[in-house]
Design a binder for this molecule. Structure first.
Ligand SMILES: Cc1cc2nc3c(=O)[nH]c(=O)nc-3n(C[C@H](O)[C@H](O)[C@H](O)COP(=O)(O)OP(=O)(O)OC[C@H]3O[C@@H](n4cnc5c(N)ncnc54)[C@H](O)[C@@H]3O)c2cc1C
Length: 434
């Protein structure tokens, strides 16, 4: 007989809903199912929720990791029908209605896959091994330690070696790439130039490579061009319409036939679904996302649902952004409560586009809401306000606001401890965070 892991919820009424992943989708779902007649188990590999939109600020020393994370146990402490187990999910068995994890097997009546996405290197193992990525707090800390270590190393190096250590390449001109490039440009101006006096700050190069014709492809052309102008004015070199073919940890090969020497490549050029295995083969669709119907049911398995980045709805799917994940979880919560009372799901998912935001640096952002377009200071304030209210936890909001104010007046990224081994060597020896 299979031994199932206990969740401590058995005495409560209602079916068991297991939620895999406590990202934007998972955490919204458990909030909506709180104190309802269902038993809810949240499983995540981390014991905390990560607010990914501000990861780049951890990577560039503006915020501490704790400011953008929130422990699940604090979130659910006062919710009697929700339990949490920290475990890595390996696969699901839809016949037995079991979830296989590194901690044992869990049973479900309804399963919600909300495992989000991971970096897509499009099968290039050398790129994956040698570049840094930004999907988790651990990876953000790798980047922070890496660039600070490069600054320290540069003092011991000369000529080409110094230039290579201070040549930072970001691949992918989406919001993440743009935000990282802008933040590094500010660090060059305010930290390298002022605090590393023996180094000529102009030696530090920041190159943003984008395969398409413009950065921020999901924005209007006008906003893209505003962002490009901001980046160029900050000294970021843009290479548009160029693809990275390979990177061996020292040399980057481009589709133009050129090579760039750099010890730090940050890859933000693609994401793919972090789908769990064990579902019917035909549901794994484009970019490893799970094909679901309008009720977010995985095709052919009526008691398994997918929400957030990992879900692919309709013919084209939706963008992998937080509002999609949140809205899907809200709709699914209503349908799960109907199912729990033996009714059929009645609420189809329809996405309400809330707009696009990206920040490039101090007083520089682009925001699009419906037909409205903002840029500059107003957009920057809007960007900050939206991120602040979306953060989980009152204390986190307060601390982030305080840190932003400190940074605004001091012009300094203040969180600058090197806490990781240098990742250009760590990555090469396979030790960079996954
Ligand atoms: C750097 C960065 C910046 C971004 N900026 C923005 C932005 O400005 N605006 C915006 O709207 N969106 C932004 N996004 C996208 C947004 O963060 C995602 O769309 C959103 O997080 C998706 O939510 P989710 O719940 O589907 O997945 P996630 O938030 O990724 O959560 C998935 C959860 O599943 C867990 N998990 C995964 N696999 C397993 C497993 N096998 N076992 C156990 N647990 C597992 C993870 O630990 C994680 O907690 C950004 C993303 C990144 C990486």
């Amino acid at each position: 007989m299979t031994h199932l892991v206990s969740t401590g919820l058995d005495a409560l009424p209602g079916p068991t809903v297991v939620v895999l992943g406590g990202g934007f989708a998972g955490i919204t779902l458990i909030q909506k199912l709180a104190k309802q007649p269902v038993k809810v188990l949240l499983i995540d590999q981390n014991n905390f929720h990560t607010f990914q939109p501000l990861l780049y600020q951890v990577a560039t020393g503006s915020l501490a990791p704790d400011n953008i994370g929130f422990p699940y146990r604090r979130k659910i402490a006062k919710i009697p029908n929700v339990a949490f187990r920290k475990a890595v999910v390996h696969s699901v068995d839809t016949q037995e209605q079991h979830i296989h994890t590194d901690q044992g097997i869990f049973a479900y009546d309804y399963l919600v896959v909300a495992t989000g996405s991971k970096t897509n290197f499009f099968g290039n193992e050398a790129l994956e091994r040698n570049s840094l990525q930004l999907k988790s707090i651990a990876q953000a800390l790798d980047i922070r330690s890496d660039f600070l270590q490069e600054f320290e190393d540069a003092l011991y190096l000369q000529d080409d070696d110094r230039r290579s250590a201070l040549n930072f390449v970001i691949v992918g001109g989406g919001p993440t790439g743009v935000e990282v490039a802008g933040a590094l440009a500010e660090i060059r101006k305010n930290i390298l130039a002022e605090e590393y006096k023996e180094v000529d700050a102009e030696t530090m190069q920041i190159t943003l490579i984008e395969a398409g014709p413009r950065v921020l492809a999901s924005f209007s052309e006008k906003s893209s061009h505003v962002a490009q102008d901001y980046l160029r004015s900050m000294g970021v070199q843009l290479r548009l319409g160029q693809r990275v073919l390979d990177y061996d940890g020292e040399m980057l090969t481009l589709s133009t036939g050129e090579s760039l020497r750099s010890r730090t490549v940050i890859w933000s050029a693609g994401v793919m679904g972090a789908a769990v295995s064990g579902l019917p083969a035909n549901v794994y669709t484009r970019a490893n996302r799970l094909s679901v119907n309008d009720f977010l049911q995985v095709d052919g398995v009526s008691n398994v649902f997918a929400v957030g980045d990992v879900a692919f709805v309709g013919a084209n799917g939706h963008p992998m952004v937080a509002p999609v994940a949140i809205q899907q979880a809200e709709v699914l919560a209503k349908n799960l409560l109907l199912l729990a009372s033996n009714a059929a799901p009645a609420h189809p998912f329809r996405y309400r586009d809330q707009g696009n935001l990206a920040t490039i640096g101090r007083n520089k952002a682009v925001v699009e809401v419906g037909k409205l377009r903002f840029q500059g200071l107003v957009a920057w304030y809007l960007w900050m306000a939206v991120h602040l209210v979306s953060l989980i936890g009152f204390k986190n909001r307060l601390v982030v606001l305080f840190n932003w104010a400190m940074k605004y007046f001091s012009h300094k990224n203040i969180i600058r401890l090197i806490v990781r081994p240098p990742s250009h060597s760590a990555a090469r020896s396979g030790k960079a965070s996954k």
